[in-house]
Design a protein around this ligand. Structure first.
Ligand code: HEM
Length: 505
């Protein structure tokens, strides 16, 4: 169960289900073509090669993004690898690793090309170095492939299935494999004719109409698909000729592939859409009060402007004081000031959600009594009882009001931002820093995120106000997210800042 705050599940939920949250949904949509193949094919191959370093005997390797350190190997040749990493570059955060994004790429590639919506688990941990050189290669013989897949945790039947599922997308490029795609063949040879995820690969194999060079290429030693597909007398391929069986088995096999992680890693349960989700919270001092911003996202299963569908529904935010008494017994409250909505991703559609309604709240909080926790009441005004949304009874707790990101005093320019932080600190000598996750690295030639720690200084252009002192520091425009840290009067505080602005700032 998701409980707020949970930066990992929070972000994965958005990436998977909210169409415009990430470019990955947009890139993978309609099985978009690129480089003579499809974006989805490039992503799925990437996931396979990352997984292919696993070893069931040692429990090491698997979906761990070690591929980032393995790109110079001949077994990972291909433009698609680097292209995929560039696609994925902006998607990880301090809490979401590249390995989760590579796995998500496989899920989005299948669904984006018309295949089933695979369950997605989160929590993979990124490797810090290369894994073994163990990706199966087309010139190897059948016994080597059986042994390689056994080491990956897949028996012969499962190997045939996973290969048929994987080679439903994409093909072999002459530029990458000139000895396989020989000059008598077209420059790019696809594994199956339609550019969609279905079992044509199986039918074209069974009725000998295939153009897959790994089956019928003139170089016999690299006909690895043929050797594998025929290795059990076609029992598996005949079974996969049913498209229902193909979809069910591919769901299971590709899911197992992307869930193959080092034995030290524990994945979450499959990520489901969060029905009522608190987002974009910010608390900061402004003109004699504390401003508190929050968004309540509610899922919808009908695509229609929220006002038309729910003319009477009210959504109210409540909160209680941190110190003393100020609010009425049932809490201080406010209505939302804005309602907008976003379309669900294709993957979200598969889970029955079409759109998300965003109720934006902006509360003026009494400076002296501050805020300790908040919750919501959703009244459908249709005769059914109002619903209390309170983080499954635990309330949405604001753990401190000492160290706060101040979006109004911060300024954002093209070259980055001047981040201003408010600290309730009588001494004026707090040690304030930000741990920043940065997209890309100037030091390494492949796309990988890095991190940096920035130290803040008291900012004379923002004089003390409302009991707070203001510290500032420049933050790179490539910052993906920041976590603030401060030690005030010997006590450590931290605050995660995934967003630099929010509706209502
Ligand atoms: C014995 C096992 C396998 C061998 C020898 C093999 C070999 C190959 C080769 C030579 C290519 C061409 C790459 C290029 O031209 O750049 C390719 C492409 C591809 N492979 Fe495999 N593969 C194997 C298993 C798998 C598996 C298990 C999957 C996924 C589940 C997979 C997914 C893909 C995809 C999606 C492509 C197309 C990439 C594109 O079009 O950009 N392969 N494979």
């Amino acid at each position: 169960v998701y409980n707020w705050p949970d930066p990992l599940l929070d972000n994965i939920d958005d990436q998977l289900h909210v169409d415009r949250f990430t470019t990955l949904n947009v890139l993978s949509r309609d099985c978009a073509t690129r480089d003579g193949t499809t974006v989805g094919a490039q992503w799925l191959r990437m996931a396979f090669h990352d997984f292919a370093t696993h070893d069931i005997y040692t429990g090491k390797g698997g979906l761990d993004a070690s591929i980032i350190f393995e790109l110079d190997r001949s077994q990972n040749i291909g433009l698609g690898m680097r292209r995929s990493l560039v696609d994925f570059l902006g998607a990880p955060t301090e809490y979401v690793g590249m390995a989760d994004i590579i796995a998500m790429g496989a899920v989005l590639s299948v669904v984006g090309c018309g295949g089933p919506a695979l369950p997605f688990r989160a929590g993979r941990i990124d490797a810090t170095k290369a894994g073994p050189e163990t990706v199966p290669e087309p010139q190897q013989d059948l016994d080597s492939h059986i042994a390689a897949f056994k080491r990956l945790g897949f028996n012969k039947t499962e190997m045939i299935g996973l290969l048929a599922c994987g080679h439903a997308l994409g093909g072999v490029r002459q530029a990458d494999f000139p000895l396989i795609v020989t000059p008598d063949l077209p420059v790019g040879v696809t594994f199956q004719v339609p550019f969609i995820f279905n079992n044509s690969i199986v039918h074209e194999y069974l009725d000998s109409t295939t153009i897959n060079v790994l089956e019928v290429g003139s170089n016999i030693s690299t006909r690895s698909d043929l050797r594998i597909f025929s290795s059990d007398g076609n029992v598996t391929m005949n079974r996969l000729a049913s498209s229902d069986v193909f979809n069910t088995e591919c769901t299971n096999l590709i899911r197992r592939m992307i869930d193959t992680v080092p034995s030290t890693v524990t994945l979450t349960d499959p990520v489901e859409i969060i029905d009522y989700k608190v987002q974009a919270t910010m608390l900061f001092p402004s003109n004699g009060s504390l401003v508190f911003l929050a968004t309540m996202r509610i899922v919808q299963d009908i695509f229609i402007a929220a006002e038309l569908l729910r003319p009477n529904r009210t959504v109210t935010m409540f909160w209680k004081e941190r110190y003393g008494t100020f609010c009425p017994e049932k809490g201080c409250s406010t209505e939302y000031f804005e309602l907008d909505f976003e379309s669900a991703s294709l993957y979200g559609f598969f889970k029955g959600v079409t759109q998300f309604d965003y109720h934006r709240f902006r509360a003026e909080i009494d400076l002296n009594t501050s805020i300790s926790h908040f919750w919501f009441e959703v009244d459908p005004k249709n005769g059914s009882a109002p619903l209390i949304i309170d983080n499954h009874g635990a309330n949405y707790t604001i753990d401190q009001d000492v160290l706060l990101f101040d979006p109004r005093r911060s300024s954002f320019t093209k070259g980055g931002s001047n981040m201003v932080v408010a600290v309730k600190d009588p001494s004026g000598h707090a040690a304030v820093s930000a741990f920043t996750t940065i997209s890309g690295s100037p030091l390494i030639p492949w796309p990988v995120n890095t991190s940096a720690t920035t130290h803040f200084a008291l900012d004379p252009s923002h004089p003390p106000a409302d009991g707070y002192k203001f510290y500032s520091a420049p933050i790179s425009d490539r910052a993906l997210s920041n976590t603030l840290h401060a030690t005030v009067s010997g006590k450590a505080y931290s605050q995660w800042v995934p967003l630099l602005t929010a509706p209502g700032v």
